[in-house]
Design a protein. Structure first.
Length: 278
């Protein structure tokens, strides 16, 4: 009886966890169902629960070159990847400084890093637009990538600061004492140790850049057309079928990045557990 009593809380906790997971998945997937139905509907009027006619014309138009969606999808991907790479290049040393060292004014620096999240994006974009015009960066992909660093860097820097707060640099010193170059030390010692945090920070940076609308619209001047801009245009024009198709394409990269990141983190955790057992 005592053994049964000990296992009952564990079974109850397991069931509660599965229930919580099911509710979370339902909460995330439920808003996508109307979008999926809209993308294949030909006519859907209130109060009908389902469309009276179905059609693939929205997908046919969305995937055609005349819609501009494939080009916008490519532009969004290039901008998000470029922003993520630059965020990592800047965020790794900045996070290392914040995580490993104590210096005067550190709290102020952390508050300044969080400032772009607190300040409205439209205020930042309007303030930078004149500067970008003078520098020749406005209405260009490079300018949009640079301005996307403003909302993405806080996530990358703070994630890397948390990683380096638990990092032990003694392994780097040992590698240097054995004759390893600074590049070799970073590639074979530092990078594997911080890789889980780098994956998480890159995931946030990619999604934040991918979803930017105001910064892209103002700095890009309407000449740099990304998927969020097209999605907003069709949503305001009342084309719900095309909006549903573009919205499903819009969330697809986030799902892919999430799955790849989860796969990498799971693989690394498995290897780490095996190494600990040995």
């Amino acid at each position: 009886m005592s053994n049964l009593n000990k296992t009952e809380p564990l079974i109850g906790l397991s069931r509660l966890s599965w229930l919580s997971l099911a509710l979370l998945i339902t909460w995330l997937v439920l808003p996508l169902i109307p979008l999926a139905i809209w993308s294949v509907s030909h006519s859907w009027f209130f109060p009908d629960l389902l469309p009276s006619k179905y059609s693939l014309r929205a997908w046919s138009y969305t995937l055609s070159t005349t819609s501009g969606v494939p080009e916008a999808l490519w532009t969004s991907t290039v901008i998000a990847l470029g922003t993520t790479i630059l965020s990592a290049i800047i965020g790794i040393p900045a996070g290392r400084a914040l995580g490993l060292y104590k210096f005067r004014g550190k709290t102020l620096v952390e508050l300044l890093i969080l400032a772009p999240i607190v300040v409205p994006g439209i205020a930042v974009a309007l303030g930078l637009h004149v500067i970008f015009l003078n520098l020749g960066l406005a209405n260009s992909i490079s300018g949009v990538v640079i301005v996307h660093l403003i909302p993405t860097l806080p996530y990358m820097v703070l994630v890397m600061a948390g990683v380096f707060a638990n990092y032990k640099p003694e392994a780097e010193a040992q590698a240097r004492s054995l004759g390893a170059s600074p590049l070799a030390v970073f590639w074979y010692v530092t990078l594997p140790a911080i890789m889980p945090g780098l994956i998480v920070g890159s995931f946030f940076a990619f999604l934040v850049s991918w979803s930017q609308y105001i910064l892209t619209l103002i700095i890009g001047g309407g000449l740099v057309v990304t998927l969020p801009l097209l999605l907003f245009n069709f949503a305001t024009s009342g084309r719900n079928d095309i909006t549903g198709a573009i919205a499903l394409l819009y969330i697809l990269p986030g799902i892919v990045v999430l799955l790849l990141g989860a796969k990498q983190l799971t693989a690394r955790n498995t290897l780490a557990n095996r190494a600990n057992k040995l």
